[in-house]
Design a binder for this molecule. Structure first.
Ligand code: TXA
Ligand code: MG
Length: 330
């Protein structure tokens, strides 16, 4: 069932969010919008529902999931916030920041959702409808991106439906995701806060709040990409069917071009398909368009998607991270 949030009256909105919460409480899966990407949601405290979620995604191993909350109180019921974690939550929640913190021993979040770790990833998303659903459920919602494992994350309900539509009781459609890239993940579990994944909040903004650089996580380029220290950050990820060629300064007639900025490379006129992430070279626009355009260029049937260079500043860090994973050997 598909629910278009933006076309719903206030009375019906209440009925619909209650129905979504009931599906979750009954152990079913629901596709929910967030400001980053669409999520495939399950009641995080229900191990059976979480197992169903892993199966629906086809995750090759059990990688821990982000538990989504609707406030600081709910977050602190499940995780232990030190001064750093509190500072970051104060500044960036609700929003595209995930905090990995020590898990409270009496947290009801299932061990499957945290993959048996003694830490938990928590996020308060900035989507009114999803917050309303979590509030009505009264418990955290585990939600990875609503795509099959290893594939491009969905930023529209249509894309989510094509990926996991068969496995869910309800798809909540609130239009295109504002940010378009997954949340930034910071671990506050040791002496120094550590960046586990660049994402929707530029690393520099986080470092400005902390007044110190984040430690960087080095683990996901190690010899065994299936056993990363930040589980789930596999080298090959976000992969379209087509090959992805980075830093392209020219494009062939049989290739599709993912452009950035006003000046197109040699061969662009004859390319099979061209989409520009941002003609004016804006990285926020580029982030919002990235996954949708990768999907569209993939659908053009081109064997290769050539990608123009993207600056590594601001959201460029997260954009380039996703593009490198899309281009990684599979
Ligand atoms: O924007 C987002 O974060 C989206 C939306 C739906 O909220 N969710 C998302 O979830 O990207 P997912 O499952 O695709 O990515 C979660 C990442 C994985 O790389 C996982 O390894 C990491 O979070 N993670 C979760 N719990 C962790 C933990 N306790 N320690 C280290 N990494 C953890
Ligand atoms: Mg994902």
């Amino acid at each position: 069932e598909l629910w278009h949030v933006n076309e719903t009256s206030p009375e019906e909105y209440d009925t619909r969010t209650s129905a979504a919460a009931r599906h979750l409480a009954a152990g079913a899966l629901v596709v929910v919008p967030t400001e980053t990407v669409y999520g495939l949601a399950a009641d995080a405290t229900n191990g059976e529902a979480v197992a169903r979620l892993y199966a629906a995604k086809g995750r090759p191993r059990f990688n821990p999931l982000i538990s989504h909350v609707c406030g600081r109180d709910m977050a602190e019921t499940h995780g232990i916030f030190d001064e750093t974690a509190s500072k970051l939550a104060d500044r960036f929640w609700p929003g595209p920041l995930t905090l990995v913190v020590p898990k409270r021993p009496d947290s009801g979040i299932s061990d499957l959702a945290t993959a048996g770790l003694d830490t938990v990833a928590l996020r308060w998303p900035d989507s009114p409808v999803t917050r309303a659903i979590i509030e009505k459920l009264g418990r955290p919602v585990a939600a990875p991106s609503a795509n099959r494992s290893g594939r491009v994350s969905p930023t529209t309900a249509e894309a989510a439906s094509a990926e996991v539509g068969d496995s869910v009781a309800l798809i909540v459609d609130a239009g295109s995701c504002r940010v378009g890239l997954e949340s930034t993940i910071v671990a506050c579990t040791g002496d120094r806060p550590t960046l586990l994944r660049p994402g929707g909040i530029p690393t520099g903004e986080i470092e400005a709040v902390l007044g110190a650089p984040l430690a960087r996580h080095a683990g996901d380029t190690g010899p065994d990409p299936e056993a990363p220290a930040a589980p789930g950050m596999l080298a090959s990820h976000y992969a379209p069917r087509a090959k992805v060629r980075l830093a392209a300064d020219r494009v062939g007639a049989d290739e599709a071009l993912l452009a950035f900025g006003p000046a197109l490379p040699q061969g662009a006129d004859a390319a099979r398909a061209v989409l520009n992430l941002s003609e004016r070279g804006d990285l926020v626009d580029a982030a919002a368009n990235l996954f949708t355009y990768l999907r569209e260029l993939d659908a053009s049937g081109a064997g290769t998607i050539a990608v123009m260079p993207i600056p590594e500043t601001g959201l460029g860090e997260a954009i380039n991270d996703r593009l490198r994973r899309a281009a990684a050997p599979r």
